[in-house]
Design a protein around this ligand. Structure first.
Ligand SMILES: Nc1nc2c(ncn2[C@@H]2O[C@H](COP(=O)(O)OP(=O)(O)OP(=O)(O)O)[C@@H](O)[C@H]2O)c(=O)[nH]1
Ligand SMILES: [Mg+2]
Length: 406
């Protein structure tokens, strides 16, 4: 049996699982040692009996990466400082602006609005019921829709609005005013540690866009001249680490990773250490998607936070909850539960480009009182924008005024 056959053969019932740590550095003159050879030499395992050896997934046992590629990977992981010196600019191209990103939402809002106003006959109870339904249909949420409709009953009377155009204007003014007033004390800015690395921890359920947002946001901060490190603490989902590593490679940003199924807290620990040792400005921590009501997973999150607080002077400066705008009211429910079990500092509302509704932004403010700090407007590196409430209101509600038949 050849060496590679040995590694291909899985032990029937392994007692110990050993991950081969691929040598991080070697003398320039020396050729890198193949991990399988190294493992066999050092561990001298008995085939099929006691030890299962896991070779890092980026260096498959039967297909050891060519030397040039390996060198590149190792450099990304270890030579953080040199890298930032030589690669100061990360291309954050194809920036999608808010207006573009909200095209779908805006179009549907105007259509919905025009259809609603086209039905207008008089201001009576049917009218307000229909208004409430229209708002719920736009993802504003039942509670917020009810509150808005109640306020509008008075407002329409107060302003003595009778014509279609007047009523449309009163309603839209109310939407904008309501939205603004709810956000008066909202702090949508990002917070940074006065010294030492700032930690930005990402949480949220599966598939909402945590990893993608980290990819985009880290590139953005790097382009601003900050030194960033990513920690792949999603050791749960197969491929999650590679996904983050791909973003890191694309943007020339080092990624700290652990073995599959490793304790995520240990990856966080390594990430914090690396961030401190390399004088990084920001450490982004990617976590596994978790159900907000899974006690174990929430405890795991608490453990990650404890490690950060133990190794650094402060708690993570930001715990960003990623919410997928296309999931509507479900996203709101997730946020409520996450908020109850961890100190969320802000929201990244992703996939706003993919939803026709977008009204979700109103109940997030009105019911959750959590600031939306970023919005995701696509899958590319440039498709992330800091959230600007006024721009958002203009972009979304402004279109309704254009649809006005005055
Ligand atoms: N259109 C669009 N797609 C997005 C956006 N953000 C993320 N996605 C896509 O959503 C999918 C899931 O994104 P991930 O970043 O893997 O989500 P995650 O939260 O890390 O998921 P888990 O690791 O499974 O918990 C990917 O296909 C992304 O490309 C966005 O703003 N707009
Ligand atoms: Mg992920």
């Amino acid at each position: 049996m050849g060496l590679f056959d040995f590694f291909k053969k899985k032990p029937a019932a392994p007692k110990v699982v050993v991950e081969v740590l691929y040598p991080q550095t070697w003398e320039n003159s020396e050729a890198p040692v193949e991990p399988t050879v190294l493992a066999a030499e050092v561990l001298q395992p008995t085939p099929g009996e006691a030890v299962e050896i896991q070779v890092p997934s980026h260096i498959a046992a039967e297909d050891v990466a060519p030397v040039a590629e390996v060198v590149e990977t190792v450099e990304t992981e270890t030579e953080t400082e040199t890298e930032t010196e030589t690669e100061t600019e990360t291309a954050v191209t194809s920036e999608t602006n808010l207006d573009e990103g909200l095209t779908k939402t805006r179009k549907t809002w105007s259509e919905r609005w025009n259809a609603f106003m086209a039905n207008f006959r008089s201001v009576d109870e049917d009218f307000f019921e229909e208004l409430e339904e229209t708002l719920i249909g736009a993802d504003v949420g039942a509670q917020t829709a009810l509150q808005l409709t109640d306020e509008l009953r008075n407002e329409v009377k107060l302003q003595n609005a009778k014509s279609k155009a007047d009523i449309s204007r009163v309603i839209i003014d109310k939407l904008v005013e309501h939205y603004r007033s709810q956000g008066v004390n909202e702090d949508a800015s990002m917070h940074f540690a006065p010294e030492g690395p700032t930690v930005i921890l990402f949480v949220g359920v599966n598939g909402v866009g945590k990893t993608t947002t980290i990819g985009k946001m880290s590139a953005r901060y790097k382009a601003e001249g900050k030194q960033v490190v990513l920690a792949a603490a999603d050791t749960f989902r197969a491929g999650a680490t590679q996904q983050l590593q791909a973003w890191g490679e694309r943007n020339g940003i080092p990624v700290v990773a652990g073995a599959a199924n490793a304790d995520p807290a240990s990856v966080v620990y390594d990430g914090v250490k690396t961030a401190i040792e390399t004088n990084a400005d920001i450490l982004f921590v990617d976590t596994a998607g978790r159900l907000q009501n899974n006690v174990n997973l929430m405890q795991e999150l608490a453990k990650m936070k404890r490690i950060i607080t133990r190794e650094l002077p402060n708690e993570p400066q930001e715990v960003l909850l990623a919410l997928d705008a296309t999931t509507g009211q479900n996203a709101l429910q997730q946020a409520r539960l996450f908020k109850d079990s961890t100190d969320v500092t802000g929201i990244v509302l992703t996939k706003l480009d993919g939803t026709a509704k977008g009204g979700i932004i109103l109940p997030i403010r009105n019911e959750l009182h959590l600031p939306v700090k970023w919005v995701g407007l696509g899958e590319q590196v440039g498709d992330l924008q800091p959230f600007d409430a006024d721009d958002f209101a203009k972009s979304l509600f402004g279109s309704l005024l254009i649809g006005d038949d005055k």
